[in-house]
Design a protein around this ligand. Sequence first.
Ligand SMILES: [Zn+2]
Length: 156
Amino acid sequence: MRKNLRKRIMLANLTCDVLKTLGMDYPLKSESPGHNCLECGNQLPYNARHGKKFCSISCKNRFHNRQQMGPRTMKVRILAILEKNHRILSELLEDDITSVPMSNLLVLGFNPMYATCCYRLNRREMRMCFDISFCMTASRIYDLAYTADLTAPTSM
Ligand SMILES: [Zn+2]
């Protein structure tokens, strides 16, 4: 019995060697890479469509949701910063304040790295935070004002 097993193993190894020398040692479909679900790692059925990547629709959705989570959370974070900047600038405008030292803004939680628009006008660095425009230097912001209603239809 044991001798028979050894003979079968030797024969199997010999068959593998012969196939290798003939260049016919292709991986079986079930052994070939890329035939596991990209999400859960379970092996896909042997008769799965060529190019199939997921074992189920829920694995596919989970995979794509995870792929999109990084950019989505980044956008949400930046939008939160812009909304906070806008709230701070709105409160200043409500109090008719149009010029503020940067140090005071930073204490309020203003983040000068984020704006919805930046441009140079007569050597001045103009910024916008949605509908509020202002000039910005390293030490302060000034000329704080609401711009014209950007949502109003423009006549051509
Ligand atoms: Zn899966």
